[in-house]
Design a protein around this ligand. Sequence first.
Ligand code: BJW
Length: 236
Amino acid sequence: MTPPRIVILTGAGISRESGLHTFRDPDGIWARHRIEDVATPEAFARNPALVQGFYNARRAQLRDPSLHPNAAHEALAELDARWPGDLLLITQNVDNLHDRAGSRRLIHMHGEMAKARCLRCGVVSAAEGDLSPETPCPACGTTGGMRPHVVWFGEMPLEMERIGEALEACDLFVSIGTSGAVYPAAGFVQEVRHHADTLELNLEPSEGSHLFDETRHGPATQLVPAFVKDLLAKWA
Ligand code: BJW
């Protein structure tokens, strides 16, 4: 028997136990910042310093030596390394914890905070430190055009064609630590539910919980390693 083709979608909940805030929980990022001030292209055009400050502070958290991938990131990296069939991990997260845990078959559909994109030449480059209007693009050398390489509201998420193909082909879709509030990611379960098994692993029911075949509720660091262990015991 061939192993099921797996697509896994993750959201901010998987990084919560590493110490990063989610967006929509009561202590989340959107409780302290207005989306229209920091997470739209219009906000960046209106007040680039405010938006750069928001991302500079969050980028500093990525450099904090106490920030580490947790057991859920590590379990998904182990699954990636050992899974004998097709697998794609799609993360909405702009942190680098899946990368640091070792996941390789990975798409950051909402971009990556540790990268910048030049509005003048389009080149994406590493940006581990602060960005400002004075930051030069390492490719074209101009200043004033470096923006965080993240996907804001109203912008097209990244690699949608590859994601669409993987969703169409998958046999198992697993959604982890996401509220199901933001499209197109929130619509993936609807795209696959007539041809794939669907499983939600989340602290609490998401907005789309009723669309999944199975839901398990609890912290990602408990649910994800247990899920991966069962899957590998059966197939790897
Ligand atoms: C735990 C846990 C623990 C806690 N263990 N779990 C269709 C209908 C309606 C609207 C639209 C639509 N299509 C498009 C839109 C517009 C818009 C949209 O969705 N708006 C909604 C508000 C309705 N979407 C867009 O604009 C997107 N672009 C787009 O659609 O382009 C056109 C297009 C058309 C057709 C096809 C394709 C494209 C772009 C969206 C960009 C989102 N950007 C952000 C910011 C990125 C940069 C940054 O980080 O600053 O991405 S917003 C923010 O939300 C961030 C996240 O990736 C995203 C999702 O949040 P997530 O990860 O789900 O976090 P939370 O906080 O919501 O949930 C956390 C969950 O974890 C909770 O359930 C907790 O319970 C749980 N949890 N601790 C397990 N320990």
